[in-house]
Each structure stands twice: as structure tokens, then as C-alpha cells.
Design a protein around this ligand. Structure first.
Ligand SMILES: [Zn+2]
Length: 163
């Protein structure tokens, strides 16, 4: 934890009374109450997040790397850089929501699958085929049937207003 001191009395003992993400999940704003003088103040804390690869090597989480991995799967697809940036942000938020300072690389991969499926199904299939190691047509068929199934469910759950 960072050393947070009360700006009024310099006491180091404060209690967090409210906490929320700001600035795209890179910082957390906390409302604190000093336990010594009772006054309240806010802090903005940056949070480091590391990705641990299978080799055991850890490196800082990088949205750029997430976007680069997904961009490959999106070749020839109508997915622009803004969409990639938004996806990378969603992935970071999902991974940070776990609360840990370190996440295994495969969890980052898992966090990519959902938003990528919503973005482009073909790109999703490409990414999933590499990430999940599809090795046969049956694997693709299974995944496609899941996609179809979920799409049908969505149509039922969200009927068109004038349909
Ligand atoms: Zn104080």
C-alpha cells in the first residue's frame, strides 16, 4: 500500500470511505477519513498491474499489446483502431476488476474473448482458434453453433420495439 498522510494533520492512519476507478481504470480515486483528526480528503492512486506469462516472467499490462494481438485476428475485418482501443480498455477494466496486482496471461486472453465476440464474430473465431488451440473443423463447428445459439437467445431477450 502507498503511504497516505492526512493533508491536515499529517497523520498516516486513514480509513477509506469510498473508492472508484477513474481515468480508464489506471488510477483509483479514494475518499478517506483521517482517524486522528476526523477530516476527509481524497487521494488518487495509480495501480500497477502485471501480467505473468507461462514462463514465469512478469511484465506490465499493456493495452497496446492487447490491441496488437487482437489486430492480427481482425485483418480484413471492419474493425477500426478506435474499436481496438475500446476493446483493450474493456479488457483492462475486466482484468483489474479481479483486484490483483498480477494476473496470469491466460486470464488476459479470456478477458479478450467476450468483447471480441461482441465486436466481430469472424475475428473472434480466429482469436479463439489460436487461443484455445482449435485443431479440427469440429472445434470450429462447435464454437459456431454456440455463437448461433447465443445470437438466437439475444433475439428473444431483446425483441425489436416495432417487430
Ligand atoms: Zn488528520
Amino acid at each position: 500500500m502507498t503511504d497516505v498522510r492526512c493533508p491536515f494533520c499529517r497523520d498516516g492512519d486513514s480509513r477509506v470511505i469510498d473508492s472508484r476507478d477513474g481515468d480508464e481504470g489506471v488510477v483509483i480515486r479514494r475518499r478517506r477519513e483521517c482517524q486522528a483528526c476526523g477530516r476527509r480528503f481524497s487521494t488518487v492512486e495509480s495501480v500497477s498491474l502485471h501480467v505473468v506469462k507461462r514462463s514465469g516472467v512478469s511484465e506490465p499490462f499493456s493495452r497496446t499489446k492487447v490491441a496488437a494481438g487482437v489486430r492480427k485476428a481482425c485483418q480484413g475485418r471492419p474493425v477500426d483502431e478506435d474499436a481496438l482501443a475500446r476493446l483493450a480498455q474493456q479488457v483492462e477494466e475486466a482484468v483489474r476488476a479481479g483486484g490483483g496486482a498480477e494476473v496470469p496471461a491466460h486470464e488476459v486472453g479470456l478477458a479478450i474473448l467476450g468483447p471480441l465476440r461482441a465486436l466481430d464474430e469472424v475475428a473472434y473465431l480466429r482469436f479463439a482458434s489460436v487461443y484455445r488451440g482449435f485443431d479440427s473443423l469440429a472445434d470450429f463447428e462447435h464454437e459456431i453453433s454456440l455463437l448461433r445459439h447465443e445470437r438466437d437467445d439475444e433475439l428473444v431477450e431483446h425483441p425489436r420495439p416495432d417487430g
